[in-house]
Design a protein around this ligand. Structure first.
Ligand SMILES: Cc1cc2nc3c(=O)[nH]c(=O)nc-3n(C[C@H](O)[C@H](O)[C@H](O)COP(=O)(O)OP(=O)(O)OC[C@H]3O[C@@H](n4cnc5c(N)ncnc54)[C@H](O)[C@@H]3O)c2cc1C
Length: 392
C-alpha cells in the first residue's frame, strides 16, 4: 500500500534541506528523499560553503546574489550561529587586468569594503559548515536515504513516486541530475569541482578568494597547527558510468577509490589547489587530510530555476502558433500541476538556496510572486523559439 504525504522533496542537498525547513513551518507531512546514505553527499558535501559577494557592475544576476547573500547570511547568523564563521573575505585580483576591472566596480559595490593585503576585504564574507547546516534545516521532517526515485507519475490529485509513495505536491531538488524531468527546455550542465582540507602550520584568519578560495583556519592544539579548506576546481566531464567515476548516479562518490582516469584528475586538481592557495598565502608543512568532489548544477543562463514547470506538450497543443513566434501571457502557459523545482544554484548554493527556498514556499503556500528571471518560463520561451528543430 502506498504511503501519503502532503509534500515529497527529492534531493537532500542544501536546496532540498532549505526547502524542507521553510515548508516545515506550514506542514508536518513532508518526506525528504535521497539516493545517498545521508544529507549533503552531492555537490552540497563538496562545497567550501563560502558566502561571498558578487563583484561587478549592476545587473539582475548581481542583484539576485546580493539579495540572497543578505538574506542567507542573516538567516544563518540568527538561526544557526554556531555553524557560520563570519570572518570576512579578502578578494584578491588575479592580475593587473583583473585589478583594473576591480577599480571600475568600486561605484557598484553592494557591501562595505576596505583595501587590505593586496585586495579588498569584505566583512560580510563567511563560511558555513555544510553538513551541520543541512542537518539543522531538515531536522523537523521525515527523511529517507538510500532510496532512488526512478519514476514519478501524475494522477488527478497526487504524484505517485516509484509506485510506493503518494504526494499531493512534489518538489525536485536533485541538483545536476535532472533525469526525472522530461522537459527538453529544462537544461542543466554538471560542472565538477573539488575541495580539499589540509593540515598546515600556517594560520589563516580570514577567507581569501583569488584563483581559488582559501578558508580561515581552525586550530588543532595537540598537533600545533591548523586545518584549512581550499576550493574549487571546474571540470566538465561527460557522465558515463563505464569509463568515469565522476558520475551523477554513483553513490558515495567520496568514499571509494578512483581507479579510472578520474584518479589522475583528482591528483592533478589537488596539486593545482595547493599551488593556487600558495599564491595567496605561503602555506608551510602541508599535509592532505580530505578530498571532496561534486557536480555543481549550472543553468544555461546562470540564473537559478525556481517554481512550477511549464508543460510544453500541453502548452503547444493549446497554442500551436507559439512556434511561429506569437506571444501569449505567462499565465496562459500550462504548468505541470503541483510539481516544483529549486535548481541551477551553480557555484553559490549556500548563498542562494535558503533565499530561494523561502521564495518558493511563500509562492506555494501564500501565492506570492517572485522575480520572473528565476522562473522556468524563460527557459520554455527560449526553447519554443527553436522548436522547429526539436520534437516533443
Ligand atoms: C567543489 C565545490 C565547491 C563549492 N563551493 C561553494 C561555495 O564556496 N559556496 C557556495 O555557496 N556554493 C559552493 N558550491 C556550490 C554548491 O555546492 C552547490 O550549488 C549546491 O551544493 C547545490 O545543491 P543542490 O541541493 O542543488 O544539489 P546537491 O547537493 O547535488 O543535491 C542533490 C541531491 O539529489 C539527490 N538525487 C538526485 N536525483 C535523485 C533521485 N532520482 N533519487 C534520489 N535522490 C536523488 C542526489 O543524491 C543529491 O544528494 C561548490 C560546489 C563544488 C562542487
Amino acid at each position: 500500500m502506498s504511503k501519503d504525504y502532503d509534500y515529497i522533496i527529492v534531493g537532500a542537498g542544501i536546496a532540498g534541506c532549505s526547502t524542507s525547513y521553510f515548508l516545515s513551518k506550514y506542514s508536518d507531512s513532508i518526506l525528504l528523499i535521497d539516493r545517498n546514505c545521508d544529507l549533503a553527499q552531492g555537490a552540497s558535501g563538496a562545497a567550501g560553503a563560502f558566502l561571498s559577494p558578487l563583484l561587478g557592475k549592476t545587473n539582475k544576476f548581481k542583484d539576485l546574489v546580493t539579495d540572497a547573500l543578505k538574506f542567507s547570511t542573516n538567516f544563518y547568523l540568527e538561526n544557526i550561529p554556531t555553524e557560520i564563521t563570519n570572518c570576512g573575505v579578502v578578494r584578491i585580483p588575479k592580475n593587473q587586468e583583473d585589478r583594473d576591472k576591480f577599480e571600475t566596480y568600486i561605484p557598484f559595490m553592494d557591501f562595505p569594503y576596505e583595501e587590505m593585503e593586496d585586495g579588498y576585504y569584505f566583512k560580510v564574507g563567511s563560511q558555513v559548515n555544510s553538513y551541520n547546516i543541512c542537518k539543522y534545516l531538515s531536522q523537523e521532517v521525515e527523511t529517507l536515504f538510500k532510496y532512488e526515485v526512478v519514476k514519478i507519475e501524475k494522477y488527478e490529485n497526487f504524484w505517485l513516486i516509484n509506485d510506493e509513495f503518494k504526494a499531493k505536491n512534489l518538489i525536485l531538488t536533485t541538483g545536476a541530475d535532472i533525469s526525472l524531468i522530461e522537459e527538453e527546455y529544462f537544461n542543466i550542465r554538471a560542472v565538477w569541482g573539488q575541495k580539499i582540507d589540509i593540515f598546515t602550520s600556517t594560520q589563516t584568519t580570514k577567507n581569501y578568494h583569488k584563483d581559488c578560495s582559501l578558508s580561515h583556519s581552525t586550530s588543532v592544539k595537540e598537533k600545533n597547527g591548523y586545518i584549512t579548506s581550499i576550493g574549487a576546481t571546474h571540470n566538465r566531464i561527460e557522465c558515463d558510468l563505464n569509463v568515469c567515476n565522476h558520475c551523477l548516479k554513483k553513490l558515495g562518490l567520496d568514499n571509494f577509490s578512483h581507479d579510472t582516469y578520474t584518479n589522475d584528475l583528482i591528483l592533478d586538481d589537488t596539486k593545482k589547489l595547493i599551488s593556487l592557495a600558495n599564491s595567496i598565502k605561503s602555506l608551510e608543512n602541508v599535509e592532505l587530510l580530505d578530498i571532496k568532489i561534486g557536480p555543481r548544477a549550472s543553468s544555461i543562463d546562470y540564473f537559478p530555476m525556481l517554481g512550477r514547470l511549464i508543460d510544453s506538450k500541453k502548452t503547444l497543443d493549446n497554442f500551436p502558433h507559439l512556434v511561429n513566434g506569437s506571444f501569449i501571457k505567462d499565465k496562459m502557459l500550462s504548468q505541470l500541476e503541483n510539481l516544483y523545482v529549486l535548481n541551477g544554484v551553480g557555484g553559490r548554493g549556500y548563498v542562494l538556496s535558503p533565499y530561494l527556498a523561502y521564495l518558493l514556499v511563500e509562492s506555494i503556500i501564500n501565492k506570492k510572486d517572485f522575480l520572473e528571471d528565476i522562473q522556468t518560463h524563460r527557459l520554455f520561451k527560449r526553447w519554443v523559439k527553436k522548436y522547429k528543430n526539436h520534437k516533443i
